[in-house]
Design a protein around this ligand. Structure first.
Ligand SMILES: [Zn+2]
Length: 401
């Protein structure tokens, strides 16, 4: 998903940049984006890439990995096949399916086609057992086998869609389950996501702190405190456990750090909104940023604060990269160096800019500086093997102007 959006439409990229400012990702993407001007603090662009990637077509479904397939599937079954007198039976089937999920065994299998497997029922975006167990639900079905479930509880309203089919034996089965979408999200849940998003943001700075520009094998609150990225641990407002883990993105093969709540899951849920709200993403994101800023003020460590100061310098640096002006880039790099030497991709970007300008000597000088900070960074070691590319023909959307 992330991969698609990174190489995907420019419009998305622009939206994301506008929406989120420049709080985004660095090192963990180094392989896939080795040609991209990745910014030190820019991990949250990933979050939004993800959100946008999940969003444009509306709702992501469990049944197939590509939205296109889902649409096809939906069209395929768009023939009315359910008589009104069967609606109650169909609703009951979905209700029984949801009840069976609470057992956490395989009893759900008799309600579904093979399309719905363990990946689906263990995907938090699709199945939240806490909601299923504790919220009141009402299910409606139409003659096309399209069903909608509205969950209500804890001040929240959440929607989810299902598609039913009749199999060869004529039995009704659930053939797809959508992600849940929030019509209203309660303050406790939102507060939890804002907390975990803040942890994610701080943790995403980790790679630049290591000599190989990679995430360490495990990440914990202790490590984040030790690295002075956080001052204190964050808690779920409802006292559930928050844990930090490293996931391998199946598409990009990059390792990404993520903070999750045992009760509320990960903060991408913040973007799983019902259509009405998602229509005004910009305003919505601004509010998230504003609320998160207060949290960051409280929990952000001194190193996080320092990197925040680098951010505008970095923006100016990349602006000059787009203008292919390495001399100006160097000025900004030097300003940033006063704050911290661990500037990750800024080094490699400047090396590339000098090389594109056929100034190998200056490129070497930056390399010598960078290799002292990152003696075990493979991309840096290989930077002179790269074919000389200019920002103009780098072939990625972000700098394609
Ligand atoms: Zn929580």
């Amino acid at each position: 998903m992330v991969k698609n959006s990174l190489t995907g439409s420019k419009k998305n990229n622009e939206n994301i940049n506008k929406n989120i400012g420049n709080m985004g990702s660095v090192g963990s993407n180094s392989r896939m984006n080795s040609m991209m001007p990745l910014k030190i603090l820019n991990i949250l662009s990933l979050a939004l890439f993800f959100a946008f990637a999940c969003n444009p077509a509306g709702t992501a479904y469990c049944a197939s990995d590509a939205a296109g397939d889902t649409e096809e599937a939906a069209l395929e079954y768009r023939e009315a096949f359910l008589a009104k007198q069967d609606f109650a039976k169909a609703s009951a089937l979905i209700d029984d399916f949801l009840k069976s999920l609470v057992n956490k065994d395989k009893s759900y299998e008799r309600f579904v086609t093979v399309e719905i497997g363990e990946d689906c029922v263990n995907n938090f975006y699709m199945i939240d057992r806490n909601i299923i167990k504790n919220y009141k639900r009402s299910i409606t079905v139409n003659s096309y086998g399209e069903a909608s479930c509205v969950y209500e509880g804890n001040g929240e309203i959440i929607k989810q869609e299902f598609i039913l089919i009749k199999n060869e034996e004529g039995a009704l089965k659930i053939n797809s389950v959508s992600e849940k979408r929030y019509v209203t999200m309660d303050a406790g849940r939102r507060g939890c996501y804002l907390n975990t998003r803040a942890v994610y943001k701080a943790a995403s700075l980790l790679p630049v702190l290591y000599e190989n520009m990679q995430l360490p094998e495990t990440v914990s609150f202790e490590l984040l405190k030790k690295q002075k990225l956080l001052k204190e641990e964050v808690k779920c407002p409802q006292n559930a456990n928050i844990f930090i883990s490293i996931d391998k993105n199946s598409e990009s093969q990059n390792y990404e750090v993520i903070a999750r709540c045992a009760l509320h899951g990960d903060f991408f849920e913040l973007y799983k909104l019902d259509d009405k709200i998602s229509a005004d993403y910009e305003k919505y994101n601004q509010q998230i940023d504003k609320d998160e800023e207060a949290i960051m003020k409280r929990i952000g460590g001194p190193l996080y604060e320092a990197f925040l100061k680098i951010q505008p310098i970095e923006d100016a640096f990349y602006e000059q990269y787009e203008r292919q002006n390495p001399a100006e880039m160097l000025k900004h790099l030097n300003r940033a160096l006063v704050i911290d030497k661990r500037l990750g991709n800024m080094y490699i970007t400047l090396i590339r800019a000098y090389r594109a300008a056929n100034d190998e000597k200056s490129a070497r000088e930056i390399y010598d500086m960078a290799i002292k900070v990152y003696p075990r960074w493979e991309d840096l070691k290989n930077v002179f093997d790269e074919k000389n590319i200019s920002p103009d023909d780098g072939g990625d959307d972000e700098i394609e102007d």
